[in-house]
Design a protein around this ligand. Structure first.
Ligand code: KE4
Length: 425
């Protein structure tokens, strides 16, 4: 028996499903999940010493590839000063100053420990600030496992074909209005029909938890206008897109500035982290200044701050966005060409270092389009790639990531692997 199988058998006895996060169980692509024993650059080494080109990048944080020397050195240096203080520390101030400088919407910011905490806190803050309860989210968007946002969530829940999670009281779900993405009139109607008013819209500006969906021209601008017209807050969940699609995220790339932004992943350099920020007058509603409570034992943890600051500084110095865009384009256009040569209907939406794969005749503009894409084809592609040294996200409802550690030769090897896969479809 191989090491991963042995580890998985042991894990399943004492960890639900053998994993600490559902998508890692490979339930939608089949087979036994591999266990990783080392991650370096653009590659993972499995417990059975297989080397894989990694397009998951630990779900986004590893924009510099795994174990970048500057991030590792920053953590090692912080470690000599202790692992957690429970008091304010200098790195928290430096992190906050960087975020205020580079993210257009952020006048004030608070650190937390995950993307889920970040989005959960933006919702509570928006409700506290506006005095309204209803929120709007979009079908297929995933904002972490927040009770009021796990309503038709994408990502894990979607992968299990279980759009509504058990354990969410009806009374919670009814405060959340779920609308189709890329449809402004649906949003306008929701505001018109709501007597009590709506506190906020929360959106993944580029939904990346039901595959990758790109906004129609003017869509994000439209959401901004509707929120202004209805005194509602616009919340961008940039946990995935932040610092990846531009240094200042989608809001820098598009010029659409939300009132609040949820952040995570890259700003922890691979360590547990989240953050949320926005207009000073809104953020000042947070305890200890204001009435909205939010807290965290390890918020602003010195190791995570050191890793995140190193990761952000590396982005500021290297500004790798053009190169990542070129690698993304190279991959997306290459995959489309190969599929076309084999008469396989495919959509490969791409923006910067993110790309999706839908086996679908038509462009995927929303959750429904994503759902009717061919999941069996995806499963075949995933398994072929995995057995040929290429690790794609283990679900058709996730997004691929490229890091600055991916080289041209990795992209061409990946395209060769796709070529062999499609030739045997
Ligand atoms: P975390 O609580 O997992 O740090 O972040 C939640 C979250 C919030 N917002 C967006 C846009 C996200 O993509 C996420 C988490 N992303 C998933 C990947 N689709 C994390 C992987 C997992 O759940 O294991």
């Amino acid at each position: 028996m191989n090491q991963s199988q042995e580890l998985f058998d042991r894990a399943k006895k004492i960890i639900p499903g053998g994993v600490n996060s559902p998508v890692r169980a490979f339930r939608s692509v089949g087979g036994t999940p591999f266990f990783t024993k080392q991650a370096k650059g653009a590659r993972l080494t499995t417990a059975d010493d297989n080397e894989l080109i990694d397009y998951v990048c630990t779900w986004g944080p590893a924009i510099h590839g795994h174990d970048h020397p500057l991030v590792r050195e920053a953590i090692a240096s912080a470690l000599t000063r202790g692992t957690s203080f429970g008091t304010p520390g200098p790195d928290e101030v430096e992190m906050a100053e960087i975020l205020v400088k580079i993210v257009p919407s952020v006048e004030k910011v608070r650190m937390c420990n995950s993307g889920t905490e970040a989005t959960m806190s933006t919702i509570r803050l928006a409700r506290g600030f506006t005095g309204k309860s209803k929120i709007i989210k979009f079908a297929g968007c995933y904002h972490g496992h927040v009770d009021s946002l796990l309503v038709k969530a994408g990502s894990g829940a979607l992968t299990f074909g279980n759009p509504d999670s058990a354990g969410i009281p009806e009374s919670f779900a009814k405060e959340t209005i779920v609308l189709p993405y890329n449809n402004l009139s649906a949003v306008e109607n929701a505001f018109m029909q709501s007597e009590e008013g709506i506190a906020a819209i929360i959106v993944e500006p580029y939904p990346a938890n039901c595959g990758l969906i790109l906004p129609d021209d003017g869509y994000l601008e439209g959401l901004r206008k509707i929120c202004d017209h209805n005194q509602a807050l616009l919340i961008f969940d940039e946990v995935m897109t932040g610092f990846r699609l531009a240094l200042g995220g989608v809001q820098e790339k598009t010029g659409v500035t939300p009132d609040l932004t949820a952040m995570g992943k890259i700003i922890g350099g691979g360590l547990p982290v989240g953050a949320f920020g926005g207009k000073g007058e809104v953020m000042d509603f947070l305890a200890p200044l204001g009435p909205v409570y939010q807290a965290g034992t390890l918020s602003g943890n010195p190791l995570a701050m050191a890793a995140g600051i190193a990761s952000l500084k590396l982005l500021q110095e290297s500004m790798p966005y053009d190169r990542l865009e070129n690698l993304g384009k190279q991959l997306a256009l290459g995959v489309q060409e190969i599929a076309h040569e084999n008469s396989i209907p495919i959509q490969v939406p791409q923006v910067g270092s993110m790309y999706g794969i839908f086996f679908n005749e038509n462009p995927v503009r929303n959750f429904e389009d994503a759902l009717i894409s061919d999941a069996e084809h995806f499963k075949k592609l995933f398994q072929h790639c995995l057995s040929n040294g290429v690790y794609l996200p283990p679900s058709p409802f996730e997004t691929n990531f490229i890091s600055t550690a991916h080289l041209d030769k990795d992209i061409s090897m990946t395209l060769d692997t796709f070529k062999n896969a499609f030739a045997n479809f």
